[in-house]
Design a binder for this molecule. Structure first.
Ligand SMILES: [Zn+2]
Length: 296
């Protein structure tokens, strides 16, 4: 299922990739085989591939129709982008834009692009290659970035010691947006159309944000990489090895899960396998995914 309705707002999932990616034992900073084994039965096959030992991971965008604007949340990895040392994202050639079109939108239709953070798999389609230059893929969109997040990666890209792929991510997928005047850098929070609110959700990266959606009496949270796997719903203290501040990331994860459990907001991450989203409920041990309300 790639289409969701939150109140009056329709949301489409636009897929770039779906399949086994990183080995679970390499992906989680706090990995313990004993603890992982306890959850394997409900993680397989949608979120974990026992044959390869890899987590099954999606990379997708959320296309949000607010009624007034078309908003694209997170921009996957992009095509033709050199990412030395990052095989999963290097020189891709996917049918992402065709899938966007199948969801009813052309690049020209997008009014706003929002990035939860500026990692390789969230900014790629910000730009595309045109006559040898990187240009904004969505020529009429404003791109909404956290200033803190932007400045962190902008500074990182200028450091000589920074890994080449990370320099490339900023220089080919963020800088061209800034240089063409399409970027809006906000401090702390940003609101759009009375239904979308961008809030700080730091830890995975310094300026990571979440985007809360509220329409009628329903709500959702586009949480970016606050969670990578449904396993982190039951083990919120497990961080990815890519979380820059693990303690802060775990606190943000608990805050988002509490919010979803208390308000019945639908959790809409970027990397969960089918069914891609999760209803969260509180249990004595913490939190769990409510499968009775989410078809697998
Ligand atoms: Zn990611």
């Amino acid at each position: 299922m790639n289409e969701f309705t939150i109140g009056d707002v329709r949301v489409h999932r636009v897929e770039e990739m779906l399949g086994p990616a990183a080995p679970a034992k390499d992906f989680f900073r706090e990995y313990s085989e004993e603890e992982f084994k306890r959850h394997e039965h409900w993680l397989a096959p949608n979120f974990y591939d026992p044959g390869s030992g890899k987590l099954v991971t999606s990379v997708h965008s959320w296309l949000v129709r607010t009624g007034r604007h078309l908003v694209l949340i997170d921009c996957c990895s992009g095509n033709h982008k050199p990412r030395p040392g990052m095989a999963r994202y290097d020189m891709l050639n996917t049918a992402y834009l065709d899938r966007l079109k199948a969801s009813g939108a052309t690049p020209e239709d997008i009014d706003y692009v929002m990035c939860t953070h500026l990692h390789v798999d969230h900014v790629g389609w910000n730009t595309r290659l045109a006559s040898g230059r990187w240009v904004p893929t969505f020529p009429n969109a404003k791109y909404i970035f956290s200033r803190q997040e932007h400045d962190f990666w902008c500074d990182m890209a200028k450091e000589e010691a920074t890994q080449q792929a990370l320099k490339n991510v900023y220089n080919d997928s963020v800088l061209p947006v800034v240089e063409t005047g399409r970027a809006v850098l906000f401090e702390d929070t940003y609101g759009l159309d009375d239904c979308l609110t961008v809030l700080p959700a730091p830890g995975h990266t310094p300026g990571h944000v979440r985007i809360d959606l509220k329409s009628q009496d329903q709500s959702a949270v586009f949480c970016g990489d606050v969670l990578h796997s449904p396993l982190q719903i039951v083990l919120p203290h497990w961080n990815s090895v890519f979380c820059s501040n693990p303690g802060q990331a775990a606190q943000t994860r608990r805050d988002v899960l509490s919010h979803c459990a208390e308000t019945d907001a639908l959790l809409m991450p970027i990397h969960f396998g089918i069914p891609y989203v999760a209803h969260i409920r509180s249990v004595t041990s913490g939190f769990e995914m409510d499968f009775t309300r989410t078809h697998r």
